[in-house]
Design a protein around this ligand. Structure first.
Ligand code: B12
Ligand code: SF4
Length: 478
């Protein structure tokens, strides 16, 4: 059956501020849709991805018009739900026979509420969509109804029916690689600091997370499921050989969860002699020197460490519970093996005072990572803190502000002006140190790196100069 998978039209202005858009922000192909597309294709269906990150709504409609699909799957995070709903409305009014399902973190959280707000969708798919969408499309092809289709809530003549849950995929190795060929990867440009070579492919070597950060929506489950080392490297090799990919960006929250697996992945990359560089995320207390040495030898060029706060009390508040005493040593060791570090920090944590925010900035300077990014605390819908957020501060009622780059939340413990000031201070005091500027300049090895450092410098200056006010009027970002 002909299927279209779409992201609604999404401009960086929907989640980023002007200063970031013109400089450091970037765009990635949608991994969820590439995963579902690969599964649908394996089942013999004809799939097209229409990505609203690159296409306007008119272009998406033109695509649908040209293809004439029987199924349309729309993906969205919470803040994009109004756009997904609007796209469904336009499509259904023009093509009433197309079966429309929505999925992704937004619908997985809003669930039945999607039907209250939209009379145009036929199904809401919850959580992992790979096999759910395959089953929907198989049933449509056979002319069967959706009664009992696991992982869905469906609209029927009798009303809205909730089907049984679909168990999470136990063996992730059975999933095919992402359908990279359905998108023109040269049209995408990842953000500064997230890549060192192009073309780049994204991967997720695990799904789910066993940790409990209060601001996070663990849409892929509350335990971690790992792909095997061999499968991970097979997938890397496939992208390299089939698409000429030179770099992999692992989106896993904790790539280093299992030491043996990390070492096996590194061994396998080296054994196969793959010319690849890669980026992953870890915790400063879940990595050691042996891993770092092997990761460097296998092409790892940068590790993202979510530090979040330099104040132990606030580590507890966000339930990250990082052992901060390990932070400096780990950053130092990472640099020792020639791997760059990318540290992220959160300002405006519930209960955090302005002075504690300054302590986090001081801690960031002390750690001295290669890249540092500062976010304001953002409770995503579906996260543990979201439903009780009014106990801790003021959350914007505009969904569009609940991305990471807008100041959608201000804790009662500081003012909006103080939070905005912390953001500016953070970038100025971390990036304007002569030592840091010199290190950045000395690190330049290629034209691409030069361009990125330049883009980064313009972005940082914009933020320091305070040109980061969000257009929605909700405030500013970090
Ligand atoms: C990679 C990533 C990105 C990438 C790519 C996003 C994209 N277009 O898909 C970038 C950097 C662009 C990004 C941006 C943002 N992201 Co993001 N991102 C992630 C991350 C780290 C991994 C996603 C991934 O690769 N998953 C692997 C694939 C296979 O899974 P998946 O995308 O979830 O898709 C599966 C299901 O969701 C479902 N599904 C998805 N789409 C559809 C569609 C249909 C029809 C169906 C049936 C099912 C379905 O099936 C898929 C396969 O199983 C997740 C955290 C996480 N661990 O999941 C956050 C996450 C998805 N991001 C989040 C957010 C908030 C954002 C931003 C708003 C941040 C911002 N800038 O302000 C933007 C929004 C951009 C946008 N328009 O979508 C939140 C969403 C929370 C929420 N309640 O909605 C998450 C969950 C982070 C978190 N832990 O809270 N993100
Ligand atoms: S933010 Fe925390 S809970 Fe969420 S996926 Fe990352 S480590 Fe896990």
């Amino acid at each position: 059956m002909k299927c279209v998978l779409a992201m609604p039209e999404w401009d960086l202005s929907d989640s980023h501020t002007k200063a970031m858009r013109s400089t450091v922000a970037g765009i990635w192909p949608p991994p969820g849709l590439m995963s579902i597309a690969a599964v649908l294709r394996e089942a013999g269906h004809d799939v097209t991805i229409l990505d609203g990150t690159l296409l306007s709504t008119e272009e998406i409609l033109k695509g649908i018009d040209d293809i004439g699909p029987g199924f349309l799957g729309i993906s969205c995070v919470s803040l994009m739900w109004p756009k997904a709903r609007d796209l469904a409305k336009i499509v259904k009014s023009k093509y009433p026979n197309i079966y429309i399902a929505v999925g992704g973190p937004g619908p997985s959280y809003f669930q039945e509420k999607c039907f209250e707000e939209s009379g145009d969708i036929d199904a809401v798919c919850l959580k992992e969509g790979d096999y759910t969408v395959r089953e929907i499309v198989n049933r449509l092809e056979k002319g069967e109804g959706m009664d009992g289709c696991e992982g869905t809530i469906i609209r029927t003549k009798e009303g809205i029916i909730r089907n049984p849950e679909r168990p999470l995929i136990e063996n992730l190795d059975e999933l095919p690689p992402y359908a990279l060929d359905l998108l023109d990867m040269h049209k995408y440009r990842p953000p500064v600091g997230h890549y060192s070579r192009l073309p780049i492919a994204q991967m997720m070597s695990a799904r789910g997370c066993h940790l409990k950060c209060i601001y996070c929506y663990r849409v892929n489950g509350k335990t971690i499921r790992l792909k095997s080392a061999k499968n991970v490297v097979d997938e890397m090799e496939y992208y390299i050989k089939r698409f000429g990919v030179k770099e992999i960006k692992f989106w896993d929250d904790l790539f280093t969860y299992d030491k043996e697996r990390v070492l096996d992945i590194c061994d396998e990359i080296k054994k196969r002699g793959l010319d690849v560089t890669w980026f992953c995320a870890s915790r400063v207390d879940t990595i050691d020197e042996v891993m770092l040495k092997n990761m460097a030898e296998a092409g790892c060029w940068c590790i993202l460490y979510g530090i979040e706060t330099g104040v132990p009390k606030n580590q507890k508040t966000i339930r990250k519970n990082l052992d901060l005493s390990r932070a400096q040593e780990t950053i130092h060791l990472t640099h020792k093996y020639g791997i760059k570090t990318f540290a992220t920090f959160i300002l405006g944590i519930p209960g955090e005072t302005y002075e504690e925010g300054l302590q986090t900035i001081e801690f960031a300077k002390k750690l001295d990572p290669f890249y540092a990014e500062f976010f304001t605390f953002t409770p995503f819908p579906g996260s543990p803190v979201y439903d009780e957020i009014s106990k801790h501060g003021t959350l914007s009622s505009n969904l569009a502000d609940i991305g990471m780059h807008r100041m959608g939340f201000v804790p009662y413990s500081m003012t909006r002006q103080q939070l905005a000031k912390l953001c500016t201070t953070a970038y100025r005091s971390v990036y304007m140190r002569p030592k840091h500027i010199l290190r950045m300049l000395l690190s330049i090895r290629s034209w691409l790196e030069f361009k990125n450092i330049l883009r980064g410098a313009v972005g940082i200056s914009n933020m320091i100069l305070g040109r980061h006010t969000a257009e929605s009027g909700s405030g500013s970002d970090c």
